[in-house]
Structure formats: C-alpha cells, structure tokens
Ligand binder design. Structure first.
Ligand SMILES: [Zn+2]
Ligand SMILES: [Zn+2]
Length: 409
C-alpha cells in the first residue's frame, strides 16, 4: 500500500510539476472518495484504497483532471463539461440510429427510464463502442496537433537561424559608397555623409518654407533663399570637417563631426525661423491681444509693475505660440507643394543644386563686402524688413546672402 502511495505521489509530481503540493492533492482526493462512499461500509479497506480511493479518475484529455475537477486548484474541469454535453448529444444520436434499425417511430422509448432491459443493454454497449472510437479519434487528433506544434516550432527555429545568418552576411558586406570591407553595406563615415546631406535638404526646405516669398511658384528670390541656406550649411559642415582633418582625425570621424555641425546649424536655423515668425504681423497682433487681456486682470496683481510684467510675459508666450503654429503650417504646405511638384517636371531641387554649386565655385566676397552684408549695409528697399527681423547669426547670414544673391541672379 505504501509503495502504491509513493508511486501515485511520483506520478502526480510528473503531471503537476515539481513545485506542486502533491500530498495535499492526494489527501483531498481521499477525502472526496470517502465522502462519496458515505455510510456504505467498506468490507476490504486495502482493496477499496487501491481500487477506488487512490487512482485518479481522468475521463477527459486534461491530464490534471480528477473526476471532473482540476487537481491543482480544485476548480471544475472545462474539458469534462464539454464531454458531458458531447455525451448527451451522442446518447441521443445513438438512440435515434438504434430506433431506426429496430423500426421504432423515434428514440423516445429508448431514452425513457422504463426501457426494457435488453434494449437498454444494446443501447449502452453501442454507446460504449462509440465512446471508445471517439476517444481514439480524439487521441489521434491530439497527437496530430502535437506534431503540428512541433513542426511549427522547428520552422520558427529554422527561420531564426536563417535570419541570423542573413544578418551576419549583411555585416560582411562592403560599404556601397567607398567599398570599405565588412561595413554592413554602409560604413559609419558614408552614413554620416548621407545623413548630413539629409540635414542640408531639411535646412533648404525650412528656409524656403519660412523665408521663401512664393512657395507656390518658386521665383528667383526662392532660388536665392535655397541657395543661401544650402551654401551656409555646406560652409559650416566643410569647415568643421576640414578642422577635424587638420587635427589628424580620420575621414569617418570628420564625417561624424560634419553631421554634428549640420545638426547644430539646422537647430540654429529653426530658432531663427521661429524668431522671425514671432515678429510677423499675425504674431504681434496675438501678442498685443494677450497683453491687453492680461492688463485687464491688473487688479489681481499686487502692483501695477507686477501686472505689466505679467502682461509682457503673456505677450511673449502668445507670440511664441503663433510662431510655432505658423512654422508647422508653412512646413506642412511647403511639403505638400514639393510633393506635388515632385510628380511633375522640371526637377526644382536639381536646378537649385546646380545654382548652389555655381555659388560655391564663385569667388568669395571680399571681407569688406561680407562685413557690410552681415551689418545689413547692402539691404535693398522693400527687403529690409525681413533682414531686420532676423537677428540670429545664421538667419541674418541666410537672408543677407539671399538678398545679395537675388541681386546677382
Ligand atoms: Zn476533465
Ligand atoms: Zn563608406
């Protein structure tokens, strides 16, 4: 008996896992079996224990099921519930078939309580046979499912291995630009150069969206703005790369430095754009309204000076908000316009690029002229407004150069 208990405990551990409290599971099972036995006396305790008390009653595919209950948590077994419904339906269908073969009008007589004993025996034996067949079918389906899952797992593993091999292969590819070996298709230096070009394109777009006169029909002034933005960016980037190389930096490190410079420059252009947009009529109007609204609340401040200070802050914030909104709107419509133009010839960016190249190849302005430019000395009538508004170094350079170029184109 002790050996039987140990064997059952061992088996339970293999079903429920090493962490499970299998002794408690077995105690609960015995308590339930004794409850089920009720007042009926047990003549052979060992026989009862080995035959009825100890064994698990698993009637469904769920391995943790004992007599319709899950052993590890005591809840009802879902699989059993389905089986009960299945069995009821099965009993009815078997009874109907049997009734047909016996020439009975329907299965009511066979399913009734007072069915003759020989008919009941026939029904039960057919039912048992059907149940056995169903169980076999179920076991075969389970096996098939397990096989399918195994195949899935193997396929997943194969795919992972293939992907890893592909990634390794990619890593071994040379750089598609400079041919450097084992660069994963693009070496760090060439990647930085490519990203720098993207930043430059972004800067040109930003300058055109904010400072361009007619985004719908690019005119000469637009071309000048684009050229100036691109030239400004390239000057900074190339200067930074040259400085890095002069310090003995590798080409790829210098390219990274160039990218960093391009990003800084783009940031500067963005803030000068915002500053310019904050001084447009639209933004100033919103600022004045905010100022006046805050001044109406002056009695809530401690002093007149404090109210004025608060109103000035509100004015600045309102102008900033409008500037940000305008920037977003202009960029959006500029991009939409560019997308529209991209689908139709001619290639405006190519035209601009050739303009810029021409600009880069032309001799630099004399120091005197450059100083005059940066001081705003060469402003033209009707264009001074914009130059005046932009105070950031890049913005000033951009617009001043733009106007200088506008004159030369
Ligand atoms: Zn079950
Ligand atoms: Zn490369």
């Amino acid at each position: 008996m002790e050996r039987a208990v140990r064997a059952e405990l061992h088996r339970l551990r293999s079903v429920l896992g090493e962490q499970a409290d299998v002794e408690r599971v077995l105690r609960r099972r015995l308590a339930l079996r004794m409850q089920e036995q009720g007042a009926v006396p047990v003549k052979d305790p060992v026989g009862w224990f080995i035959g009825r008390g100890l064994p698990q009653r698993q009637h469904c595919p769920e391995r943790r099921c004992d007599d319709g209950r899950l052993m590890h948590n005591g809840t009802d077994c879902e699989a059993c519930r389905w089986l009960v419904w299945d069995k009821r339906a099965l009993r009815t269908s078997v009874a109907q078939r049997l009734a047909e073969s016996l020439g009975l009008p329907d299965a009511t007589a066979l399913l009734a309580h007072d069915v003759p004993i020989d008919l009941r025996t026939r029904l039960e034996s057919t039912l048992r046979q059907e149940c056995r067949e169903l169980a076999q079918k179920h076991a075969a389906a389970m096996q098939e499912h397990a096989l399918y899952e195994e195949q899935l797992r193997e396929a997943g593993e194969r795919r992972r291995q293939e992907e890893a091999a592909w990634a390794q292969e990619q890593q071994l590819l040379p750089c598609e630009v400079c041919g450097q070996a084992r660069s994963g298709g693009l070496c760090p230096g060439c990647r930085a150069t490519r990203q720098t070009e993207e930043r430059i394109r972004e800067a040109v777009g930003l300058a055109l969206a904010v400072f361009g006169d007619q985004p719908q029909s690019p005119a000469k002034a637009d071309l000048a703005v684009a050229s100036a933005a691109e030239a400004g960016m390239r000057r900074r980037v190339e200067g930074s790369i040259a400085a890095c190389r002069a310090e003995g930096g590798f080409a790829s490190v210098a390219a990274q430095r160039g990218l960093l410079e391009a990003e800084l420059e783009l940031d500067r252009l963005r803030s000068s754009s915002l500053e310019y947009l904050a001084s447009t009529r639209e933004a100033r109007l919103a600022g004045r309204q905010a100022f006046e609204a805050e001044m109406r609340r002056a009695p809530m401040y401690e002093s007149y000076q404090a109210a004025q200070q608060g109103a000035l802050e509100a004015e600045g914030q309102a102008q900033q908000r409008v500037a940000e909104h305008l920037l977003k709107e202009r960029l959006r419509s500029f991009r939409a316009e560019r997308q529209r133009q991209d689908t139709a010839p001619p290639d405006l960016y190519a035209i601009r690029a050739s303009e810029v190249r021409a600009l880069l190849c032309s001799p630099r302005p004399s120091p005197d002229k450059a100083a005059a430019d940066s001081a705003g000395g060469t402003r033209r009538d009707g264009q001074g407004r914009r130059t005046e508004l932009v105070r950031q170094p890049l913005g000033k350079a951009t617009v001043a150069t733009a106007h200088a170029t506008a004159g030369s184109v």
